[in-house]
Design a protein around this ligand. Structure first.
Ligand code: AMP
Ligand code: GLY
Length: 438
């Protein structure tokens, strides 16, 4: 049997989780990684680890050639936006991650909205795209109090401003639009949905989709969903692969939107989307709505779902490459998970950097995922973004939360985490919010 030589692009906790899922496979394999920081968790699993600009397709191509990689999994969105999947595909490498034109589903907000509109896929808001102030005021008038303004490109989650939260008046909205016009940017204004958010990710081989358990992320930095937006402070999933505030029909609607979107991409480009299609949804009183698409695994969502994955990850990747996902049964354990991130003091606006942390007291090293860390003189140091994550796994969300909370509290250093993620109190608030809306 040939050894599968697998390249992982990216060096955060999501990629650490991907590496672990690959290592669990009993197939002969070797792992290689290109990353931006010395992630000791990934390094310990790889034959070769290169620090380089992960957004430069040429650098990645050279490394993949040199290491004779046969398969690649692209973690973050920026390399996808730069066409890394295209260039690796041209080398004959099987790639889990869509080509640049298909990754527009994430890299361009207007592309995603226009696609859903063109193919009459349910879940779309009223929206319009702009590149000047012409028509902005009129459209804001039409939407009334509930609107969202989105910069039309990758902005690490910082380009989206929501009425009532970041934009407290029409004047605030006009000023933000003006700022985007001034910066030469296109933007989308859309209707604001009210409800509860959840992520539903699907493996996709261009034709067939295999869905993962639904997950809820917590984007705000501080407890009680206050403070600035972040990449995600923590996540939970439930043993039945749904979420306590969702019903079976909500999950079916989200799966249907993902399926129709994959079909639309194939029919638009004649080529299928191969990778992970990640729908960010909102359950509302009026059905499930699409907030955004991502063209990759979520972070932290990857830690929840990959910790439950029972099917061999190499088999999944090979099935995506060969368009045979329909022949593979993709299974996840029926357990609940809670993932919590510890982040540097000051994160996300003014994070400290370079301070030492100590993870030696974490009792189950398999539950610990390294993210934005570096190694300096054999000390583990914070590299400035989300630092380490832990996942608790149990029969119920509340038991998984207790495990995650105990473990993350054992990480020492100038860090903080959200104690409330996955607690019965917070989950009940979500359930009550949803029941009040329905
Ligand atoms: P995005 O980068 O598109 O995920 O947007 C970031 C966050 O903005 C989302 O997680 C939502 O909380 C919020 N958001 C984006 N679009 C909408 C919308 N149409 N209605 C309500 N909230 C939204
Ligand atoms: N958890 C949000 C994201 O990965 O975009």
């Amino acid at each position: 049997m040939n050894i599968e030589k697998i390249l992982i692009v990216g060096s955060g906790a999501r990629e650490h989780a991907v590496c672990r899922s690959i290592i669990r496979s009993d197939k002969p394999k070797e792992l290689f990684c290109i990353g931006s920081n010395n992630n000791p968790g990934i390094i310990s699993l790889c034959s070769n680890f290169l620090i380089a600009n992960i957004n430069d397709p040429k650098v990645i191509m050279e490394f993949a050639k040199e290491m004779k990689c046969t398969l690649a999994i692209i973690g973050p969105e920026n390399p996808l936006g730069e066409g890394v999947a295209d260039i690796l595909g041209d080398l004959g490498i099987g790639v889990v991650g869509p080509q640049k034109k298909l990754a527009q589903i994430e890299t361009s907000k207007s592309f995603a909205r226009d696609l859903l509109n063109e193919f009459e896929i349910p879940g779309s808001p009223k929206y319009e795209t702009f590149k000047s102030m012409s028509g902005v005021e009129g459209f804001l008038d039409q939407l009334g109090d509930d609107f969202v303004v989105k910069y039309d490109g990758l902005a690490g989650g910082k380009g989206v401003k929501v009425s009532g939260e970041h934009l407290l008046s029409t004047n605030d909205a006009l000023a933000y639009c003006q700022e985007l016009v001034g910066a030469g940017g296109h933007f989308v204004i859309e209707e604001k949905f009210i409800g509860e958010e959840f992520s539903l990710m699907s493996f996709c081989d261009g034709n067939e989709l295999k869905h993962m358990p639904a997950v809820q992320d917590h984007k705000r930095a501080y407890e009680g969903d206050t403070g600035p937006n972040t990449g995600g402070m923590g996540t939970y999933s439930d043993a039945d692969h749904s979420l306590p505030f969702l019903n079976t029909d909500d999950i079916e609607q989200a799966k249907n939107i993902n399926r129709k979107t994959a079909e639309a991409l194939k029919s638009k480009y004649g080529e299928g989307y191969k990778g992970i299609l990640y729908g960010g949804f909102m359950a509302t009183s009026n059905g499930v709505k699409l907030i955004e698409y991502n063209a990759r695994l979520g972070d932290p969502e990857a830690m929840n779902v990959l910790s439950l994955l029972e099917t061999d990850m190499i088999d999944i990747c090979k099935a995506i490459e060969s368009e045979t996902l329909d022949e593979l049964s993709v299974k996840f354990k029926n357990k609940a998970t809670v993932c919590k991130y510890a982040v540097p003091e000051g994160y996300p606006d003014d994070p400290i950097k370079g301070e030492a942390i100590d993870v030696s007291s974490v009792s189950d090293p398999d539950s610990l995922f390294f993210a934005s860390v570096d190694v300096d003189n054999e000390r583990l140091i914070e590299a400035g973004s989300r630092t380490v994550a832990v996942v608790g796994i149990a029969d119920s969300i509340s038991d998984a939360e207790k495990i995650a909370e105990e473990e993350i509290s054992r990480v020492k250093g100038p860090l903080f985490h959200r104690k409330d993620i996955g607690t019965t109190k917070l989950v009940k608030q979500r359930v009550d919010h949803m029941s009040a809306l329905r």
